[in-house]
Ligand binder design. Sequence first.
Ligand code: NAG
Ligand code: NAG
Ligand code: NAG
Length: 323
Amino acid sequence: FAATDIMCQIPPNCDATHVTLLTEPRAENERNLTWIPIRNKKTNERNERMNFTVCISSLFGEYNNVLQYTQSLEMYRLLGVNRVVIYNTSCGPDLDRLLQSYTQEGFVEIVPWPIDKHLIPSRGWLYAEHGGDLHYFGQLATLNDCIYRYMERSRYVLLNDMDEIIMPYQHNNLMSLMDTLQKQHPNVGVFSIETLIFPKEHFEPSGRFHLPQWSGVPGVNILEHIYREDPDRHRFHRYKLIVQPRMVEQTSVHEVLKRFGQQYNVPLDVCRIIHVRVAKQGSLTLEQLNVDKRLWDFQEKLIPNVDKVLKKVGMLASENLHP
Ligand SMILES: *[C@@H]1O[C@H](CO)[C@@H](O)[C@H](O)[C@H]1NC(C)=O
Ligand SMILES: *[C@@H]1O[C@H](CO)[C@@H](O)[C@H](O)[C@H]1NC(C)=O
Ligand SMILES: *[C@@H]1O[C@H](CO)[C@@H](O)[C@H](O)[C@H]1NC(C)=O
């Protein structure tokens, strides 16, 4: 099975609210139809628009990486993200609790995505290795859905994974980054950002951010991983995306397939993705890695914000709280 995009023209003077899909012309009222609400209608409330929405394509299995999730979400917030959309098939119990809390507050929108009730999704991105009926929990369908869902509500949409942070290196937040880039490249609607891997096997030696109050929280502490691999120029899937959603017709994971404007590769010294995960180039020693402490520039705000969220969901070891 594969994702398909179906484009249909809304008839003039028709204020359509729902659509349905037929495989053949229907005889009137003969069968039950599934009506899907149109969610991206144009509004006139431009000033209430969001600036940045992050789309996270697939949450599945018993994934329970609470600490990295919380740190990433709070980092996004510090960078100026207004909303994070997560397509949820399933998750671990602690992460579930965390996300319920974020949803109530309004920062996170969970889109239920029970694709495993209908098909056997492939659990990895590489079909040859992971098999299944459908590529990676329908990632292409969710990413395209997210772009259209936020097309009229958000100025920019970021397509990245939860363990990735799209990080400006010359600006303090995404808005000043995009203001600069957009002035230099007024016709660009797709900005490609290169991923750099920070292997989670290597820890910063002083233990400065090995904080006692996070000792009981499952998951990776991104502040402890400051060593990054050199960009691997031979790797094909090096980029993730910041797009102007109205300039995108159809997207894939690492590139936009159909667009109206131009595309631009943002230089590494301007913006890059901090991706804390298992090493890609596993044989590299510390001496062959580069020290990159960009995340630490945000620690003064990040740590108390993360603490506040973890406390709210009852996961902070409170007796060790620093003042
Ligand atoms: C339509 O749905 C109703 C209620 O679920 C069901 O009773 C009926 O048999 C369905 N009709 C057709 C043609 O599928
Ligand atoms: C969007 O960015 C502008 C400029 O930085 C800011 O004034 C505005 O408050 C932001 N809007 C939202 C919803 O964050
Ligand atoms: C994610 O989906 C699973 C399975 O339907 C559900 O049990 C869980 O509560 C959902 N989590 C959130 C945060 O919506």
